[in-house]
Design a protein around this ligand. Sequence first.
Ligand code: NAD
Ligand code: MN
Length: 365
Amino acid sequence: GKTLTVGLIPADGIGREVIPAARQVLEALPSDIMPARLRFENLNAGFEYFQKHGVALPEETLVALKSECDGALFGAVSSPSHKVAGYSSPIVGLRKQMDLYANVRPVISSEASTASGKKRAIDMLIIRENTECLYIKDEKQYEDAGGKYAIAKRRISEHASQRIGDMAFSMALQRDGMRQLATAAERTWSGRPKVTIVHKSNVLSVTDGLWRETVRGVYEGNEKYRSRVDVEEQLVDSMVYRMFREPEAFDVVVAPNMYGDIISDGAAALVGSLGLVPSANVGDNFVVGEPVHGSAPDIAGKNIANPIAAIRSAAMLLERTGYDAAALAIYRAVDRVLADGTIRTPDLGGSSTTTEVVDAVCKQL
Ligand code: NAD
Ligand code: MN
């Protein structure tokens, strides 16, 4: 039969607790739901590894990922806030080396995040371009008679906009396929799949103009997208306004790097604890699931980190590698544990341990 090989890169802090937790959940999937055999490769990276060995993302890790793995799970890295000679972030390096050009973040409301009473059915997928925009970091400071000033370059290319646009529309269809597997009660989005293109081309008509035209062009040029997906546009400022007023109005949202960074952190605030929010770094041939949170040194080593963000990231990996039913089973199991409410880590107001949450999720499978 088929085998799915998953690289595990716990890296630092609570990464070492939540990545093994996610592995345990993957291993608990019954074989009728997960038809492939799972294999795991434990791989090194991180700041602690750098302190011991002088490199944060060792070559062996990259070689193993490229030659043996179908996807990977990354925990978190304790990046120092001061500059350390020779150090650069392993997750940033990984995105570059594996050409993971999209950062994908689902924002889903759950019982745990609706303590305010008003039930909101948020089920949004934010797709952030991850290779260019202002993050090319080409900035420079000058000085003239008027004083100091600085200029940053912002790169928007047809190539990058095209491939991220294509990913947004194909993920909209893929999500729709997942929804068909779910029950009506589980579905928060009932209409046709929709992609919202975020830009500010009323002001930045050249850069955002190229982005907008290119992403629209992907849609116009593909009959499958045109016939099955709706498209709308939103200026980035009103996107933020609408997202806080009526987050239930969005399905897939696609944005250039900088806008996507800001929108996706803002969206995470809509659904509660960082310990719940997963993400995936996606390229054409590889996916790395990654909880949005950091290494949380304040709670590391105590077995109280919330493993749900990492567990959901593992489900995203399954979705991307073609195991929709297995992914759905994990999302469901997590939702049931959250809805039940008796097993919760301290970040959600409970007193359960990481291990107890993992056991509860596995039991639901
Ligand atoms: P953080 O996400 O690590 O922690 C912020 C707060 O949220 C802390 O109080 C922490 O205890 C809590 N928290 C985070 N994840 C949790 C979980 N799963 N369960 C329960 N509580 C959780 O952010 P920070 O404190 O700003 O950064 C700590 C370190 O992590 C820094 O070195 C930073 O550079 C790094 N970091 C890494 C990433 C990444 O690897 N992608 C992202 C953010 C921060
Ligand atoms: Mn950010």
